[in-house]
Design a protein around this ligand. Structure first.
Ligand SMILES: Cc1cc2nc3c(=O)[nH]c(=O)nc-3n(C[C@H](O)[C@H](O)[C@H](O)COP(=O)(O)O)c2cc1C
Length: 327
């Protein structure tokens, strides 16, 4: 098996999978700005099993994005053989399994982070996926969960229990989001828990790649957090909203001890390129998604509020060009 993870130069700076964000256009933009690996939005194992056209479309990518990792979610191990094989057939570099999603529609049905409650199912999912394909399989989870909303059962489960349970499987990489299920997206991450998980992961997975995630806002803090946790890399999520050049800045800083601020010209070029890529991949129906990205790109500009109305009305890359060439 070709394991691209072990070929990458450390530290590895990657995107996380993000529903509604990490589509092919955004991944291409991240790649252009230096992402080492890009992740797709999560795709449902059930939907792949039942040949959902919409979900199959989510697997499309461009060669320049490689290595691309497709993230899969679902709580039924029996669907993973076919789902993983459908993914592998597309030629992507890897598959990631979601054991961290707190969203009601996933965790509420026992999927995502709540699968940690059901470690036998976790094992079956991992085993089935690894057996089905010849590409590296990674996992993404959180530092833990304390209880499941709406269910009587209570008790604490941590990423350490998770690592212990899966230690027999050849996991290529693991991304750990440093927050629990109970504080899904707010507040600081628990760096000590991330470091502890790193130590345990490395004990069992000698060649495994350990990547931290969560709340990383600046070039400097990203580097400090990687150093503190001794992670092999970092996965960026909301920190790169509207500033995909963070990948380059982090790398420049690591290589030279300094980095450049991005000029408005560079921002404009990126925005316009992004708009065209989104148009090419999703056409009229999907182009409305550009609007949220535009708001991220202008964040911090004094005229951001004034521009809002115009930005949330764009229908075509030409509209984006018209606004941004004026600015
Ligand atoms: C809009 C949105 C969509 C997300 N979708 C996914 C997903 O599909 N799969 C996944 O593993 N995590 C998903 N996440 C979680 C992120 O990958 C990441 O773990 C989380 O945002 C913490 O990182 P941050 O604090 O740097 O943003 C999503 C988060 C957000 C905000």
């Amino acid at each position: 098996m070709k394991n691209f993870w072990t070929q990458l130069k450390k530290p590895i700076i990657t995107t996380t999978p993000m529903a509604g964000i990490t589509d092919t256009a955004w991944r291409q933009i991240c790649k252009m700005w230096g992402a080492d690996v890009v992740h797709t939005e999560f795709v449902s194992a059930d939907a792949l099993y039942y040949d959902s056209k919409k979900t199959l479309k989510m697997l499309e990518y461009q060669a320049m994005e490689q290595p691309v990792v497709v993230q899969i979610f679902g709580r039924r191990p029996e669907l993973y053989t076919k789902a993983a094989q459908v993914i592998a057939k597309t030629g992507v570099a890897g598959i990631d399994i979601n054991f961290g999603c707190p969203a009601k529609k996933v965790a509420g049905h026992g999927g995502g982070i709540c699968l940690l409650r059901n470690i036998d199912t976790v094992k079956k999912i991992i085993e089935t996926t690894i057996e089905a394909v010849d590409i590296p399989v990674s996992v993404k989870t959180r530092i833990g969960l304390n209880k499941i909303q709406g269910q009587p059962e209570e008790g604490r489960i941590t990423v350490l229990d998770f690592i212990e349970a899966i230690k027999e499987y050849p996991i290529a990489a693991m991304i750990v989001h440093g927050r629990t299920y109970e504080v899904p997206f707010t507040g600081p991450v628990d760096l000590d828990a991330l470091k502890e998980a790193r130590d345990k992961f490395k004990k069992y997975f000698k060649d495994g790649i350990y990547i931290i995630n969560g709340s990383f806002q600046t070039v400097e803090s990203v580097i400090d957090d990687m150093k503190y946790t001794q992670a092999d890399g970092i996965a960026l999520s909301r920190a790169i909203y509207g500033r995909p050049w963070l990948f380059k800045q982090i790398k420049d800083y690591l290589a030279t001890g300094t980095y450049q601020e991005i000029t408005w010209e560079q921002t404009k070029d990126t925005v316009i390129k992004h708009a065209h890529l989104l148009w090419e991949s999703k056409g009229t129906a999907g182009f409305k998604e550009m609007r949220k990205h535009l708001l991220f790109y202008v964040k911090g500009r004094p005229d951001a509020a004034k521009l809002r109305k115009e930005l949330v009305s764009v229908e075509h890359p030409k509209d984006v060009e018209k606004i941004f060439t004026r600015l």
